[in-house]
Design a binder for this molecule. Structure first.
Ligand code: PXP
Length: 239
């Protein structure tokens, strides 16, 4: 069964727009879990324009499902993750000024760097995942970093899905099979939504987890958070 982890960054973006504490991100994390979310994801960025480092520290202890912190492994990020000790850390190669993550790791070029960081996290009992595209050599080299999981970067799937979903899913099926054969668990995320999630989940073998933020929080404006989470869970065959 594929777990649904809800990325609550956009709730922090809304809070930050007024500078106060409403909506409250801690309450949002608790409510998402109450409505069925099987994990909470946050992605603190260096400018803290949405989730702040202090939010991650406060959310950690109250998450009762699975807490995933994702981000670029700067010294500050690594220190935060080791302090908070989430269930999972997802490493993303995004530049400090990126609007959103827009690429996966080059696991050939960054193998040694990733290996050191990953072993450090694992020594602290934190499961690791690396954000990665479907390129064969990136998948083939992923195990050499020592990571427990990969997170497939699904934006290319979401983009092509509208025009040709069979073609869009092909490289992801190939990548998932190859990763599984190498003993890696598979997560996925980016631009997954109510339209494209079901076809993805139905076709990708061994899919452990999806993390979804932008579309899910936007859908909640229309359907409400509880309904929306249930709708996403239904697409993952939870109901
Ligand atoms: N996975 C990673 C590594 C991400 O950086 C993001 C965006 O923060 C997501 C998943 C979720 O993407 P979206 O907000 O498009 O659902």
């Amino acid at each position: 069964m594929t777990r649904l982890s809800v990325n609550i960054n956009k709730i922090a973006t809304l809070r930050n727009a007024r500078g106060g504490d409403y909506p409250n991100v801690l309450q949002a994390a608790k409510d998402c879990e109450r409505f069925g979310a099987e994990g909470i994801t946050v992605h603190p960025r260096p400018d803290e324009r949405h989730i702040r480092y202090s939010d991650a520290r406060e959310i950690g202890p109250i998450v009762s499902t699975e807490f995933n912190i994702e981000g670029y492994p700067s010294k500050k990020f690594i220190d935060l993750v080791i302090e908070v000790k989430p269930h999972q850390v997802t490493l993303v190669p995004d530049a400090p000024d990126a609007i959103t993550s827009n690429a996966g790791w080059d696991t050939v070029k960054y193998k040694n760097q990733l290996k050191d960081i990953i072993s450090d996290f694992q020594r602290h009992g934190i499961r690791t995942s690396i954000f990665i595209d479907t390129k064969k050599e990136n998948i083939e080299n992923a195990p050499k970093t020592g990571t427990n999981r990969i997170e497939l970067y699904t934006e290319p799937y979401a983009e092509l899905y509208v025009a040709n979903r069979e073609k869009a899913i092909e490289p992801f099926v190939f990548a998932a099979k190859l990763a599984h054969k190498q003993g890696l668990k598979i997560n996925a995320g980016h631009d997954l939504n109510l339209d494209n999630l079901k076809f993805f989940a139905d076709n990708i073998p061994f899919l452990s987890e999806v993390s979804i933020g932008h579309a899910l929080i936007s859908d909640a404006l229309y359907y409400g958070m509880e309904n929306t989470i249930q709708m996403y869970l239904r697409l993952l065959k939870k109901y």
